[in-house]
Design a protein around this ligand. Structure first.
Ligand code: GDP
Length: 611
Protein backbone atom coordinates (compact mmCIF):
# COMPACT_ATOMS: atom_id res chain seq x y z
CA UNK A 1 0.00 0.00 0.00
CA UNK A 2 1.05 3.56 -0.59
CA UNK A 3 -0.53 6.92 0.00
CA UNK A 4 -1.15 9.00 -3.07
CA UNK A 5 -1.53 12.76 -3.30
CA UNK A 6 -5.05 14.09 -2.97
CA UNK A 7 -6.49 15.29 -6.28
CA UNK A 8 -7.60 18.92 -6.11
CA UNK A 9 -9.93 20.83 -8.48
CA UNK A 10 -10.54 24.55 -8.69
CA UNK A 11 -14.11 25.64 -9.35
CA UNK A 12 -15.84 28.99 -9.55
CA UNK A 13 -17.51 31.61 -11.69
CA UNK A 14 -15.86 32.73 -14.91
CA UNK A 15 -13.23 35.44 -14.38
CA UNK A 16 -13.10 34.98 -10.64
CA UNK A 17 -9.50 33.77 -10.89
CA UNK A 18 -9.34 29.98 -11.32
CA UNK A 19 -6.62 30.03 -13.96
CA UNK A 20 -4.62 32.73 -12.21
CA UNK A 21 -4.74 30.76 -8.98
CA UNK A 22 -3.50 27.57 -10.63
CA UNK A 23 -0.75 29.50 -12.42
CA UNK A 24 0.32 31.14 -9.23
CA UNK A 25 0.36 27.92 -7.25
CA UNK A 26 2.65 26.47 -9.92
CA UNK A 27 4.65 29.65 -10.26
CA UNK A 28 5.27 30.31 -6.63
CA UNK A 29 6.25 26.72 -6.06
CA UNK A 30 8.62 26.82 -9.01
CA UNK A 31 10.02 30.01 -7.52
CA UNK A 32 10.55 28.21 -4.26
CA UNK A 33 13.09 26.08 -6.16
CA UNK A 34 13.05 23.38 -3.55
CA UNK A 35 14.48 19.92 -4.01
CA UNK A 36 12.17 17.86 -6.18
CA UNK A 37 10.39 20.89 -7.58
CA UNK A 38 6.99 20.39 -9.07
CA UNK A 39 6.00 17.52 -11.32
CA UNK A 40 4.17 18.43 -14.47
CA UNK A 41 1.65 15.76 -15.49
CA UNK A 42 -0.64 15.62 -18.45
CA UNK A 43 -3.57 17.73 -17.36
CA UNK A 44 -2.29 18.11 -13.84
CA UNK A 45 0.47 19.51 -11.65
CA UNK A 46 1.78 17.86 -8.55
CA UNK A 47 3.29 19.94 -5.78
CA UNK A 48 5.44 17.70 -3.58
CA UNK A 49 5.16 17.90 0.15
CA UNK A 50 8.63 19.28 0.73
CA UNK A 51 7.83 22.23 -1.50
CA UNK A 52 4.59 22.80 0.33
CA UNK A 53 6.24 22.59 3.71
CA UNK A 54 8.95 25.02 2.69
CA UNK A 55 6.20 27.49 1.86
CA UNK A 56 3.78 26.68 4.63
CA UNK A 57 6.07 25.19 7.29
CA UNK A 58 5.13 27.38 10.20
CA UNK A 59 1.41 27.02 9.48
CA UNK A 60 1.60 23.26 9.09
CA UNK A 61 3.18 23.05 12.51
CA UNK A 62 0.58 25.31 14.01
CA UNK A 63 -2.17 23.10 12.56
CA UNK A 64 -0.14 20.10 13.81
CA UNK A 65 -0.23 18.54 10.37
CA UNK A 66 2.49 15.92 10.18
CA UNK A 67 3.72 15.37 6.71
CA UNK A 68 2.62 12.01 5.49
CA UNK A 69 1.13 12.92 2.15
CA UNK A 70 3.34 12.94 -0.93
CA UNK A 71 1.89 16.28 -2.01
CA UNK A 72 -1.10 17.91 -3.68
CA UNK A 73 -2.18 16.96 -7.18
CA UNK A 74 -3.92 19.86 -8.93
CA UNK A 75 -6.07 19.28 -12.01
CA UNK A 76 -4.94 21.94 -14.51
CA UNK A 77 -8.28 22.38 -16.24
CA UNK A 78 -10.26 24.63 -13.94
CA UNK A 79 -14.00 24.95 -13.83
CA UNK A 80 -16.80 22.59 -13.15
CA UNK A 81 -16.84 21.14 -16.66
CA UNK A 82 -13.59 19.44 -15.79
CA UNK A 83 -14.79 18.64 -12.32
CA UNK A 84 -17.90 16.88 -13.53
CA UNK A 85 -16.07 15.14 -16.37
CA UNK A 86 -13.50 13.73 -14.03
CA UNK A 87 -15.47 11.21 -12.12
CA UNK A 88 -14.67 7.88 -10.68
CA UNK A 89 -16.78 5.09 -9.30
CA UNK A 90 -19.14 6.55 -6.76
CA UNK A 91 -18.24 10.19 -7.11
CA UNK A 92 -15.92 12.86 -8.27
CA UNK A 93 -12.34 12.19 -9.15
CA UNK A 94 -11.29 15.23 -7.17
CA UNK A 95 -10.74 14.43 -3.53
CA UNK A 96 -10.77 18.11 -2.60
CA UNK A 97 -11.84 21.34 -4.19
CA UNK A 98 -11.17 25.03 -4.00
CA UNK A 99 -14.30 27.07 -4.58
CA UNK A 100 -12.94 30.41 -5.69
CA UNK A 101 -14.89 33.63 -5.85
CA UNK A 102 -14.14 37.28 -6.38
CA UNK A 103 -14.53 38.77 -2.94
CA UNK A 104 -15.69 42.04 -4.50
CA UNK A 105 -18.44 40.38 -6.53
CA UNK A 106 -19.52 37.58 -4.23
CA UNK A 107 -21.68 34.71 -5.42
CA UNK A 108 -22.48 34.51 -9.15
CA UNK A 109 -24.47 31.89 -11.10
CA UNK A 110 -21.54 29.57 -11.65
CA UNK A 111 -20.50 29.92 -8.01
CA UNK A 112 -23.91 28.60 -6.98
CA UNK A 113 -23.69 25.89 -9.57
CA UNK A 114 -20.22 24.84 -8.43
CA UNK A 115 -21.42 24.81 -4.84
CA UNK A 116 -24.35 22.59 -5.81
CA UNK A 117 -22.06 20.21 -7.62
CA UNK A 118 -19.73 20.05 -4.60
CA UNK A 119 -22.71 19.48 -2.38
CA UNK A 120 -24.08 16.61 -4.42
CA UNK A 121 -20.67 15.00 -4.89
CA UNK A 122 -19.91 15.49 -1.17
CA UNK A 123 -16.45 16.80 -1.98
CA UNK A 124 -14.71 18.61 0.90
CA UNK A 125 -13.76 22.14 -0.14
CA UNK A 126 -12.15 25.38 0.92
CA UNK A 127 -13.50 28.75 -0.18
CA UNK A 128 -10.88 31.09 -1.63
CA UNK A 129 -12.08 34.69 -1.40
CA UNK A 130 -9.97 36.05 -4.23
CA UNK A 131 -8.81 39.48 -5.41
CA UNK A 132 -8.35 40.99 -1.96
CA UNK A 133 -5.71 43.22 -3.59
CA UNK A 134 -8.57 44.94 -5.45
CA UNK A 135 -10.20 46.17 -2.28
CA UNK A 136 -9.59 49.94 -2.48
CA UNK A 137 -6.71 50.85 -0.19
CA UNK A 138 -5.30 47.34 0.08
CA UNK A 139 -1.48 47.31 0.20
CA UNK A 140 -0.29 44.21 -1.57
CA UNK A 141 2.62 42.27 -0.12
CA UNK A 142 3.78 39.87 -2.85
CA UNK A 143 3.56 36.22 -1.85
CA UNK A 144 3.03 37.03 1.80
CA UNK A 145 0.79 34.88 3.91
CA UNK A 146 -2.56 36.46 4.61
CA UNK A 147 -1.59 36.71 8.27
CA UNK A 148 1.51 38.77 7.47
CA UNK A 149 -0.26 40.85 4.85
CA UNK A 150 -3.05 41.72 7.30
CA UNK A 151 -0.53 43.37 9.58
CA UNK A 152 0.26 45.87 6.83
CA UNK A 153 -3.34 46.93 6.22
CA UNK A 154 -5.19 49.88 7.76
CA UNK A 155 -7.96 48.88 10.13
CA UNK A 156 -10.76 50.28 7.96
CA UNK A 157 -9.55 48.10 5.07
CA UNK A 158 -9.55 45.04 7.30
CA UNK A 159 -13.07 46.00 8.34
CA UNK A 160 -14.11 46.33 4.69
CA UNK A 161 -12.72 42.89 3.91
CA UNK A 162 -14.58 41.41 6.83
CA UNK A 163 -17.83 42.93 5.64
CA UNK A 164 -17.36 41.27 2.27
CA UNK A 165 -16.44 37.98 3.92
CA UNK A 166 -19.57 38.06 6.06
CA UNK A 167 -21.66 38.45 2.97
CA UNK A 168 -20.10 35.24 1.71
CA UNK A 169 -20.71 33.59 5.09
CA UNK A 170 -24.34 34.69 4.84
CA UNK A 171 -24.83 33.27 1.37
CA UNK A 172 -23.15 30.01 2.32
CA UNK A 173 -25.48 29.81 5.31
CA UNK A 174 -28.49 30.20 3.03
CA UNK A 175 -27.08 27.36 0.96
CA UNK A 176 -26.79 25.13 3.98
CA UNK A 177 -23.13 25.57 4.95
CA UNK A 178 -21.69 27.13 8.07
CA UNK A 179 -18.43 28.93 7.36
CA UNK A 180 -15.82 31.27 8.86
CA UNK A 181 -12.54 32.95 8.05
CA UNK A 182 -9.84 30.31 8.51
CA UNK A 183 -8.28 31.93 11.59
CA UNK A 184 -11.61 32.23 13.39
CA UNK A 185 -12.88 28.72 12.87
CA UNK A 186 -13.88 26.99 16.05
CA UNK A 187 -14.76 23.63 14.53
CA UNK A 188 -13.09 22.46 11.33
CA UNK A 189 -15.46 19.50 11.08
CA UNK A 190 -18.63 21.56 10.86
CA UNK A 191 -17.47 24.82 9.31
CA UNK A 192 -16.25 25.60 5.80
CA UNK A 193 -12.96 27.45 5.78
CA UNK A 194 -12.74 30.76 3.95
CA UNK A 195 -9.25 31.95 3.01
CA UNK A 196 -8.88 35.50 1.69
CA UNK A 197 -6.33 35.44 -1.14
CA UNK A 198 -4.99 37.28 -4.10
CA UNK A 199 -4.27 34.83 -6.88
CA UNK A 200 -2.44 37.70 -8.56
CA UNK A 201 -0.05 38.74 -5.77
CA UNK A 202 0.10 35.35 -4.09
CA UNK A 203 -1.13 36.68 -0.77
CA UNK A 204 -2.90 34.03 1.27
CA UNK A 205 -1.72 31.05 -0.83
CA UNK A 206 0.22 29.79 2.18
CA UNK A 207 -2.93 29.47 4.24
CA UNK A 208 -4.90 28.12 1.29
CA UNK A 209 -2.47 25.23 0.77
CA UNK A 210 -2.32 24.58 4.52
CA UNK A 211 -6.10 24.41 4.77
CA UNK A 212 -6.24 21.97 1.85
CA UNK A 213 -3.79 19.70 3.64
CA UNK A 214 -5.85 20.08 6.78
CA UNK A 215 -8.94 18.88 4.89
CA UNK A 216 -6.99 15.98 3.44
CA UNK A 217 -5.89 14.86 6.89
CA UNK A 218 -9.34 15.23 8.24
CA UNK A 219 -11.30 13.44 5.55
CA UNK A 220 -9.12 11.48 3.21
CA UNK A 221 -6.75 9.22 5.10
CA UNK A 222 -8.32 6.01 3.85
CA UNK A 223 -9.38 7.20 0.45
CA UNK A 224 -5.78 7.98 -0.42
CA UNK A 225 -4.48 4.49 0.33
CA UNK A 226 -3.83 2.68 -2.93
CA UNK A 227 -2.34 -0.63 -3.89
CA UNK A 228 0.80 0.21 -5.73
CA UNK A 229 0.85 -2.83 -7.99
CA UNK A 230 -2.81 -3.31 -8.76
CA UNK A 231 -4.00 -2.68 -12.33
CA UNK A 232 -4.63 0.99 -13.04
CA UNK A 233 -7.95 2.70 -12.82
CA UNK A 234 -8.47 6.11 -14.30
CA UNK A 235 -10.70 8.59 -16.04
CA UNK A 236 -10.48 9.99 -19.55
CA UNK A 237 -10.02 13.74 -19.44
CA UNK A 238 -9.95 14.42 -23.16
CA UNK A 239 -9.62 12.73 -26.55
CA UNK A 240 -7.16 14.87 -28.43
CA UNK A 241 -5.49 15.07 -31.84
CA UNK A 242 -1.74 15.50 -31.33
CA UNK A 243 0.60 16.51 -34.15
CA UNK A 244 2.59 13.51 -35.33
CA UNK A 245 0.81 11.15 -32.95
CA UNK A 246 -2.78 11.10 -34.21
CA UNK A 247 -5.60 10.71 -31.74
CA UNK A 248 -4.43 10.40 -28.16
CA UNK A 249 -6.26 10.23 -24.87
CA UNK A 250 -5.36 12.30 -21.85
CA UNK A 251 -6.19 10.45 -18.69
CA UNK A 252 -5.88 10.86 -14.98
CA UNK A 253 -4.92 7.62 -13.24
CA UNK A 254 -6.18 7.63 -9.65
CA UNK A 255 -5.39 4.10 -8.58
CA UNK A 256 -2.83 1.38 -9.29
CA UNK A 257 -0.16 1.08 -11.92
CA UNK A 258 -0.29 1.48 -15.69
CA UNK A 259 2.29 -0.33 -17.84
CA UNK A 260 3.14 0.51 -21.44
CA UNK A 261 2.30 -3.08 -22.45
CA UNK A 262 -1.18 -3.00 -20.93
CA UNK A 263 -4.39 -3.40 -22.83
CA UNK A 264 -6.98 -0.93 -21.63
CA UNK A 265 -10.75 -0.75 -21.85
CA UNK A 266 -12.96 2.34 -22.01
CA UNK A 267 -16.46 3.45 -22.96
CA UNK A 268 -17.55 5.03 -26.23
CA UNK A 269 -20.13 7.74 -26.79
CA UNK A 270 -22.80 5.16 -27.58
CA UNK A 271 -22.15 3.22 -24.42
CA UNK A 272 -20.05 0.43 -25.91
CA UNK A 273 -16.84 -0.87 -24.42
CA UNK A 274 -13.66 -0.80 -26.49
CA UNK A 275 -10.46 -2.61 -25.74
CA UNK A 276 -7.19 -1.34 -27.13
CA UNK A 277 -3.51 -2.03 -26.72
CA UNK A 278 -1.36 0.87 -25.52
CA UNK A 279 1.26 1.99 -28.04
CA UNK A 280 2.97 4.43 -25.79
CA UNK A 281 2.61 6.25 -22.51
CA UNK A 282 3.64 9.88 -22.60
CA UNK A 283 4.35 12.49 -20.01
CA UNK A 284 5.37 16.10 -20.52
CA UNK A 285 9.05 16.77 -20.99
CA UNK A 286 10.71 19.07 -18.49
CA UNK A 287 10.50 22.65 -19.73
CA UNK A 288 14.19 23.11 -20.42
CA UNK A 289 14.26 20.03 -22.69
CA UNK A 290 11.22 21.05 -24.74
CA UNK A 291 13.17 23.98 -26.12
CA UNK A 292 15.77 21.77 -27.72
CA UNK A 293 13.52 19.04 -29.09
CA UNK A 294 10.56 18.93 -31.43
CA UNK A 295 8.21 17.09 -29.19
CA UNK A 296 6.72 18.12 -25.91
CA UNK A 297 6.38 14.59 -24.56
CA UNK A 298 8.62 11.82 -23.46
CA UNK A 299 7.99 8.11 -23.23
CA UNK A 300 7.60 6.34 -19.96
CA UNK A 301 7.33 2.62 -19.22
CA UNK A 302 4.94 2.78 -16.37
CA UNK A 303 3.18 5.24 -14.14
CA UNK A 304 1.80 5.01 -10.65
CA UNK A 305 -1.27 6.84 -9.34
CA UNK A 306 -1.98 9.64 -8.93
CA UNK A 307 -0.77 10.66 -12.36
CA UNK A 308 -1.85 12.36 -15.55
CA UNK A 309 -0.69 10.59 -18.69
CA UNK A 310 -1.22 10.80 -22.43
CA UNK A 311 -1.95 7.43 -24.00
CA UNK A 312 -1.34 6.68 -27.65
CA UNK A 313 -3.48 3.75 -28.79
CA UNK A 314 -5.54 2.75 -31.83
CA UNK A 315 -9.34 2.79 -32.04
CA UNK A 316 -9.89 5.58 -29.54
CA UNK A 317 -11.94 7.80 -31.88
CA UNK A 318 -15.22 7.23 -30.13
CA UNK A 319 -13.98 7.20 -26.57
CA UNK A 320 -16.01 9.60 -24.49
CA UNK A 321 -14.54 12.22 -22.19
CA UNK A 322 -15.28 11.21 -18.63
CA UNK A 323 -15.18 7.49 -19.44
CA UNK A 324 -13.66 5.26 -16.81
CA UNK A 325 -10.48 3.51 -17.88
CA UNK A 326 -9.51 0.05 -16.72
CA UNK A 327 -6.72 -2.34 -17.49
CA UNK A 328 -7.97 -5.46 -19.27
CA UNK A 329 -7.14 -8.84 -17.82
CA UNK A 330 -7.84 -12.47 -18.63
CA UNK A 331 -11.52 -11.83 -18.07
CA UNK A 332 -12.60 -9.08 -20.47
CA UNK A 333 -16.24 -9.65 -19.76
CA UNK A 334 -15.83 -8.89 -16.11
CA UNK A 335 -14.00 -5.65 -16.84
CA UNK A 336 -16.65 -4.77 -19.39
CA UNK A 337 -19.37 -5.30 -16.82
CA UNK A 338 -17.51 -3.15 -14.35
CA UNK A 339 -17.18 -0.36 -16.89
CA UNK A 340 -20.83 -0.50 -17.85
CA UNK A 341 -21.92 -0.60 -14.25
CA UNK A 342 -20.07 2.66 -13.67
CA UNK A 343 -22.31 4.27 -16.24
CA UNK A 344 -25.28 2.46 -14.78
CA UNK A 345 -24.71 4.57 -11.69
CA UNK A 346 -25.70 7.54 -13.75
CA UNK A 347 -28.15 5.70 -15.95
CA UNK A 348 -30.89 8.16 -16.37
CA UNK A 349 -34.45 7.72 -15.34
CA UNK A 350 -36.31 8.52 -18.56
CA UNK A 351 -39.99 9.11 -19.15
CA UNK A 352 -42.37 8.40 -22.02
CA UNK A 353 -42.82 12.11 -22.48
CA UNK A 354 -40.17 14.69 -21.71
CA UNK A 355 -37.40 16.82 -23.10
CA UNK A 356 -34.30 15.68 -25.01
CA UNK A 357 -31.03 16.28 -23.15
CA UNK A 358 -27.53 16.39 -24.64
CA UNK A 359 -24.20 17.09 -22.96
CA UNK A 360 -20.54 16.82 -23.83
CA UNK A 361 -19.37 14.36 -21.23
CA UNK A 362 -20.69 11.68 -18.92
CA UNK A 363 -20.10 13.89 -15.91
CA UNK A 364 -21.80 16.97 -17.28
CA UNK A 365 -24.73 14.85 -18.44
CA UNK A 366 -25.04 13.50 -14.93
CA UNK A 367 -24.93 16.98 -13.39
CA UNK A 368 -27.50 18.34 -15.86
CA UNK A 369 -29.87 15.42 -15.37
CA UNK A 370 -29.61 15.82 -11.59
CA UNK A 371 -30.61 19.46 -11.76
CA UNK A 372 -33.48 18.72 -14.17
CA UNK A 373 -34.66 16.00 -11.79
CA UNK A 374 -34.57 18.39 -8.86
CA UNK A 375 -36.83 20.71 -10.82
CA UNK A 376 -39.20 17.86 -11.79
CA UNK A 377 -38.59 18.35 -15.49
CA UNK A 378 -39.23 15.01 -17.21
CA UNK A 379 -36.58 13.67 -19.57
CA UNK A 380 -37.32 11.60 -22.65
CA UNK A 381 -33.70 10.82 -23.43
CA UNK A 382 -30.29 11.98 -22.23
CA UNK A 383 -27.18 11.32 -24.24
CA UNK A 384 -23.66 12.48 -24.87
CA UNK A 385 -22.82 14.28 -28.09
CA UNK A 386 -23.76 17.15 -30.37
CA UNK A 387 -27.39 17.87 -31.19
CA UNK A 388 -28.27 15.69 -34.18
CA UNK A 389 -31.09 15.50 -36.66
CA UNK A 390 -32.45 12.51 -34.77
CA UNK A 391 -32.67 14.62 -31.59
CA UNK A 392 -34.74 17.24 -33.41
CA UNK A 393 -37.02 14.56 -34.81
CA UNK A 394 -37.45 12.99 -31.39
CA UNK A 395 -38.22 16.39 -29.94
CA UNK A 396 -40.83 16.94 -32.64
CA UNK A 397 -42.53 13.69 -31.62
CA UNK A 398 -42.66 15.07 -28.08
CA UNK A 399 -43.98 18.38 -29.47
CA UNK A 400 -46.98 16.51 -30.82
CA UNK A 401 -47.67 15.18 -27.34
CA UNK A 402 -47.08 18.40 -25.47
CA UNK A 403 -45.50 21.53 -26.84
CA UNK A 404 -43.52 22.27 -23.72
CA UNK A 405 -41.56 19.07 -24.26
CA UNK A 406 -40.73 19.81 -27.89
CA UNK A 407 -37.36 20.92 -26.67
CA UNK A 408 -33.69 19.98 -26.84
CA UNK A 409 -31.48 21.14 -23.97
CA UNK A 410 -27.77 21.02 -24.77
CA UNK A 411 -24.89 21.60 -22.40
CA UNK A 412 -21.58 22.52 -24.01
CA UNK A 413 -22.52 20.90 -27.34
CA UNK A 414 -22.98 22.10 -30.91
CA UNK A 415 -25.88 21.74 -33.31
CA UNK A 416 -24.86 19.54 -36.26
CA UNK A 417 -25.60 20.98 -39.73
CA UNK A 418 -28.19 18.30 -40.53
CA UNK A 419 -29.95 19.17 -37.30
CA UNK A 420 -29.92 22.88 -38.21
CA UNK A 421 -31.64 21.96 -41.44
CA UNK A 422 -34.24 19.88 -39.69
CA UNK A 423 -34.81 22.70 -37.21
CA UNK A 424 -35.97 24.92 -40.06
CA UNK A 425 -38.86 22.53 -40.69
CA UNK A 426 -39.82 22.05 -37.07
CA UNK A 427 -41.11 24.21 -34.29
CA UNK A 428 -38.59 22.82 -31.88
CA UNK A 429 -36.90 25.03 -29.34
CA UNK A 430 -33.21 24.41 -28.62
CA UNK A 431 -31.59 25.68 -25.43
CA UNK A 432 -27.79 25.80 -25.27
CA UNK A 433 -25.55 27.09 -22.55
CA UNK A 434 -22.32 26.46 -20.73
CA UNK A 435 -23.93 26.95 -17.37
CA UNK A 436 -26.12 24.05 -16.33
CA UNK A 437 -28.15 26.08 -13.91
CA UNK A 438 -28.78 28.70 -16.61
CA UNK A 439 -30.12 26.03 -18.97
CA UNK A 440 -32.77 24.84 -16.54
CA UNK A 441 -33.69 28.41 -15.60
CA UNK A 442 -34.05 29.42 -19.26
CA UNK A 443 -36.22 26.41 -20.00
CA UNK A 444 -38.51 27.02 -17.02
CA UNK A 445 -38.80 30.73 -17.85
CA UNK A 446 -39.83 29.86 -21.36
CA UNK A 447 -42.45 27.36 -20.17
CA UNK A 448 -43.89 29.89 -17.73
CA UNK A 449 -44.04 32.68 -20.28
CA UNK A 450 -45.81 30.38 -22.71
CA UNK A 451 -48.28 29.34 -20.01
CA UNK A 452 -49.06 32.95 -19.14
CA UNK A 453 -49.56 33.85 -22.77
CA UNK A 454 -51.76 30.84 -23.31
CA UNK A 455 -53.85 31.79 -20.32
CA UNK A 456 -54.33 35.32 -21.61
CA UNK A 457 -55.39 34.03 -25.00
CA UNK A 458 -57.84 31.68 -23.43
CA UNK A 459 -59.25 34.45 -21.30
CA UNK A 460 -59.77 36.54 -24.43
CA UNK A 461 -61.57 33.72 -26.20
CA UNK A 462 -63.76 32.77 -23.29
CA UNK A 463 -67.33 34.02 -22.84
CA UNK A 464 -67.52 36.07 -19.67
CA UNK A 465 -70.56 35.93 -17.38
CA UNK A 466 -72.79 38.75 -18.52
CA UNK A 467 -76.38 39.92 -18.29
CA UNK A 468 -78.55 42.70 -19.67
CA UNK A 469 -81.88 44.38 -18.89
CA UNK A 470 -84.43 45.40 -21.48
CA UNK A 471 -85.12 49.06 -20.78
CA UNK A 472 -88.92 49.71 -20.52
CA UNK A 473 -90.53 51.76 -23.27
CA UNK A 474 -87.51 51.40 -25.53
CA UNK A 475 -88.52 48.50 -27.71
CA UNK A 476 -88.08 49.83 -31.25
CA UNK A 477 -89.06 46.80 -33.25
CA UNK A 478 -90.94 43.63 -32.30
CA UNK A 479 -89.25 41.00 -34.49
CA UNK A 480 -86.96 40.01 -37.39
CA UNK A 481 -84.88 41.14 -35.65
CA UNK A 482 -86.32 42.52 -32.45
CA UNK A 483 -84.59 45.76 -31.51
CA UNK A 484 -84.60 47.17 -27.98
CA UNK A 485 -82.69 49.56 -25.78
CA UNK A 486 -80.75 47.50 -23.24
CA UNK A 487 -78.48 48.18 -20.30
CA UNK A 488 -75.43 45.97 -19.75
CA UNK A 489 -75.65 45.02 -16.08
CA UNK A 490 -72.62 42.79 -15.86
CA UNK A 491 -69.73 41.52 -17.96
CA UNK A 492 -69.05 42.21 -21.62
CA UNK A 493 -71.51 41.42 -24.40
CA UNK A 494 -69.93 40.34 -27.67
CA UNK A 495 -71.76 40.39 -30.95
CA UNK A 496 -72.96 36.85 -31.77
CA UNK A 497 -73.60 35.54 -28.25
CA UNK A 498 -76.87 33.81 -27.41
CA UNK A 499 -79.21 35.25 -24.79
CA UNK A 500 -81.35 33.19 -22.44
CA UNK A 501 -84.00 34.27 -19.97
CA UNK A 502 -84.25 33.57 -16.24
CA UNK A 503 -85.97 30.26 -16.95
CA UNK A 504 -83.11 29.12 -19.17
CA UNK A 505 -85.02 29.43 -22.45
CA UNK A 506 -83.22 30.75 -25.48
CA UNK A 507 -84.35 34.27 -26.45
CA UNK A 508 -82.16 34.85 -29.50
CA UNK A 509 -78.74 35.88 -30.79
CA UNK A 510 -77.20 39.33 -30.48
CA UNK A 511 -77.07 40.35 -34.13
CA UNK A 512 -75.77 43.88 -33.70
CA UNK A 513 -75.39 46.70 -31.20
CA UNK A 514 -75.49 50.42 -31.73
CA UNK A 515 -74.77 53.46 -29.67
CA UNK A 516 -75.46 56.91 -31.07
CA UNK A 517 -75.48 55.55 -34.60
CA UNK A 518 -72.16 53.76 -34.07
CA UNK A 519 -71.95 50.02 -34.63
CA UNK A 520 -70.36 48.13 -31.72
CA UNK A 521 -68.80 44.68 -31.66
CA UNK A 522 -68.96 44.60 -27.88
CA UNK A 523 -70.38 46.54 -25.00
CA UNK A 524 -69.45 46.41 -21.36
CA UNK A 525 -71.10 46.91 -18.01
CA UNK A 526 -72.77 50.28 -17.48
CA UNK A 527 -73.35 51.06 -21.15
CA UNK A 528 -76.76 51.38 -22.80
CA UNK A 529 -77.12 50.31 -26.41
CA UNK A 530 -79.71 49.54 -29.01
CA UNK A 531 -79.53 45.79 -29.50
CA UNK A 532 -80.81 43.74 -32.41
CA UNK A 533 -81.74 40.23 -31.30
CA UNK A 534 -82.35 37.83 -34.16
CA UNK A 535 -85.02 35.15 -33.89
CA UNK A 536 -86.57 36.86 -30.86
CA UNK A 537 -90.13 38.08 -30.81
CA UNK A 538 -91.16 40.81 -28.37
CA UNK A 539 -93.84 39.77 -25.87
CA UNK A 540 -93.36 36.14 -26.87
CA UNK A 541 -89.68 35.60 -26.03
CA UNK A 542 -89.05 38.65 -23.85
CA UNK A 543 -90.86 41.56 -22.17
CA UNK A 544 -89.93 45.08 -21.19
CA UNK A 545 -87.79 45.07 -18.04
CA UNK A 546 -86.67 41.45 -18.51
CA UNK A 547 -83.20 40.41 -17.37
CA UNK A 548 -81.43 38.21 -19.93
CA UNK A 549 -78.22 36.24 -19.57
CA UNK A 550 -75.50 35.41 -22.04
CA UNK A 551 -75.60 31.67 -22.54
CA UNK A 552 -72.39 29.67 -22.06
CA UNK A 553 -71.42 26.03 -22.26
CA UNK A 554 -70.71 24.12 -19.10
CA UNK A 555 -67.14 23.70 -20.24
CA UNK A 556 -66.74 27.46 -20.57
CA UNK A 557 -68.28 27.86 -17.14
CA UNK A 558 -65.89 25.36 -15.57
CA UNK A 559 -62.86 26.86 -17.28
CA UNK A 560 -63.72 30.16 -15.64
CA UNK A 561 -64.18 28.52 -12.25
CA UNK A 562 -60.89 26.66 -12.56
CA UNK A 563 -58.58 29.20 -14.14
CA UNK A 564 -59.98 32.69 -14.19
CA UNK A 565 -62.00 33.02 -11.05
CA UNK A 566 -59.47 35.51 -9.71
CA UNK A 567 -59.94 37.70 -12.76
CA UNK A 568 -63.73 38.06 -12.36
CA UNK A 569 -65.26 41.28 -11.06
CA UNK A 570 -67.74 41.04 -8.17
CA UNK A 571 -70.76 41.53 -10.40
CA UNK A 572 -69.48 38.88 -12.82
CA UNK A 573 -69.00 36.47 -9.93
CA UNK A 574 -72.59 37.10 -8.92
CA UNK A 575 -73.83 36.55 -12.48
CA UNK A 576 -71.92 33.26 -12.58
CA UNK A 577 -73.86 32.06 -9.54
CA UNK A 578 -77.20 33.13 -11.02
CA UNK A 579 -76.42 31.45 -14.31
CA UNK A 580 -75.47 28.24 -12.54
CA UNK A 581 -78.80 28.22 -10.72
CA UNK A 582 -80.75 28.83 -13.93
CA UNK A 583 -78.88 26.00 -15.66
CA UNK A 584 -79.33 23.64 -12.76
CA UNK A 585 -83.06 24.24 -12.74
CA UNK A 586 -83.56 24.13 -16.48
CA UNK A 587 -80.99 21.58 -17.64
CA UNK A 588 -79.21 19.45 -15.08
CA UNK A 589 -79.07 19.64 -11.27
CA UNK A 590 -75.32 18.98 -11.48
CA UNK A 591 -74.61 21.61 -14.11
CA UNK A 592 -71.38 23.48 -13.34
CA UNK A 593 -70.44 21.23 -10.44
CA UNK A 594 -66.76 20.43 -10.58
CA UNK A 595 -66.49 16.74 -11.22
CA UNK A 596 -65.65 16.90 -14.87
CA UNK A 597 -62.74 15.19 -16.55
CA UNK A 598 -60.20 17.98 -16.51
CA UNK A 599 -58.32 16.65 -19.48
CA UNK A 600 -61.21 17.84 -21.64
CA UNK A 601 -60.46 21.39 -20.63
CA UNK A 602 -57.07 21.24 -22.27
CA UNK A 603 -58.68 20.99 -25.66
CA UNK A 604 -60.69 24.15 -25.09
CA UNK A 605 -58.08 26.15 -26.89
CA UNK A 606 -54.89 25.46 -28.75
CA UNK A 607 -51.71 25.66 -26.69
CA UNK A 608 -49.36 28.34 -27.77
CA UNK A 609 -45.60 28.13 -27.47
CA UNK A 610 -43.41 30.48 -29.38
CA UNK A 611 -39.86 31.72 -29.52
P1 GDP B 1 -11.01 32.29 -14.56
O1 GDP B 1 -11.95 32.60 -15.67
O2 GDP B 1 -11.74 31.97 -13.30
O3 GDP B 1 -9.96 31.28 -14.89
O4 GDP B 1 -10.29 33.68 -14.22
P2 GDP B 1 -8.83 34.16 -14.58
O5 GDP B 1 -7.83 33.48 -13.73
O6 GDP B 1 -8.63 34.08 -16.05
O7 GDP B 1 -8.92 35.65 -14.10
C1 GDP B 1 -9.76 36.59 -14.71
C2 GDP B 1 -9.18 37.99 -14.62
O8 GDP B 1 -9.04 38.37 -13.25
C3 GDP B 1 -7.79 38.05 -15.22
O9 GDP B 1 -7.66 39.29 -15.86
C4 GDP B 1 -6.87 37.99 -14.02
O10 GDP B 1 -5.67 38.65 -14.23
C5 GDP B 1 -7.69 38.70 -12.96
N1 GDP B 1 -7.38 38.22 -11.61
C6 GDP B 1 -7.40 36.95 -11.17
N2 GDP B 1 -7.07 36.88 -9.88
C7 GDP B 1 -6.83 38.16 -9.49
C8 GDP B 1 -6.43 38.76 -8.24
O11 GDP B 1 -6.22 38.11 -7.22
N3 GDP B 1 -6.31 40.11 -8.23
C9 GDP B 1 -6.51 40.86 -9.33
N4 GDP B 1 -6.36 42.19 -9.21
N5 GDP B 1 -6.88 40.35 -10.50
C10 GDP B 1 -7.03 39.01 -10.59
Amino acid sequence: MKTRSPIVSVLGHVDHGKTTLLDNIRGSTIAAKEAGGITQHIGATEIPMDVISSICGEFLERMSINEKLPGLFFIDTPGHEAFTTLRKRGGSLADLAILILDVNEGFKPQTYEALNILKSSKTPFVVAANKIDKIPGWKSVENASFTESMKQQDSDIVFKLDQKLYEIVGTLHEEGFESERFDRISNFASQITIVPISAMSGEGLTELLTMLLGLAYQYLREQLQIEENSPAEGTVLEVKEEKGLGLTIDTIIYDGLLNKDDRIMMLTKDNKVISTKIRSLLKPKPLEEIRESKTMFENTDEIVAAAGVKIVAPHVDDVVAGSPLKVANANDEKVEDELLSEVDNIRIQTNDIGIIVKADTLGSLEALVNILDQKDIPIKSAEIGDISRRDIINASIMYEEDKKYGVVVGFNVNILPSAEEELNNQEIKVFQDKVIYQLTEDYLDWVNTAKERQKEQRLASIIRPSKIRIIPKLVFRHSKPAIAGVEIMSGIIQRGVTLINEKGNVVGKVESMEDNGENLSKASRGSQVAMAISDAVFEKDFEEGDVLYVDMSERNFLAIEEEFDSKLLDDERHTMDELKEIKQQSEDPNWGVINTDWSELDTLDEDEYED
